[in-house]
Design a protein around this ligand. Sequence first.
Ligand code: CO
Length: 154
Amino acid sequence: MTVMRNAAAALVLLAALASPRYAHAADPCQLEISGNDQMQYDKQVLTVPASCKQVTVTLHHTGKLPREAMGHNWVLVSAADFNAVATSGTAAGLANDYVQPDDKRVLAHTKTIGGGQTTSSTFPTSVLKPGGDYRYLCTYPGHNALMRGTFRFG
Ligand code: CO
C-alpha cells in the first residue's frame, strides 16, 4: 500500500510540475523585458543560468507611440562592441530594425516594435561564454543612452 500511496503522490507532483503556470515561473531560460514611451527598459539586468541551451527574450512595448517615433528593440552584444553596434545600428535604419545585416557582433536581436506590440528572439547560448561581459541595448537612434542593461550568463 505504501508503494501505491507513493505512486499517487508522485502523480500529483508530476501534474503540478506540468501545469503551465509552474512551467512558466520555473523556466529561467525565458526572459521578459518591457520598453515604454519614456525611452526606458523596465530591467537593467537580465540573468540566464549556464544550464540553458537556448534563451528566449520577449520584448513588450508598453507605450502608445509608433515605432517610427519611439521604436524599441533588444540587441545583445559583448560589452566591448556596445558603441560600435549602436553606431552601425543607427546607420542601418528602421528598414533593417536598426541592426546592420549579418553583423557578427550582434549575438541576438529582436525586431523594432512600436507601442502595444510584442516581439521575441530565441537564440542558442553557444554564442555566449559563461561569465562573459555582455550588454543589451535598444539601437533606435539615441535610445542606448538610457535603454541599456547587463546580460549575465552562467
Ligand atoms: Co528604443
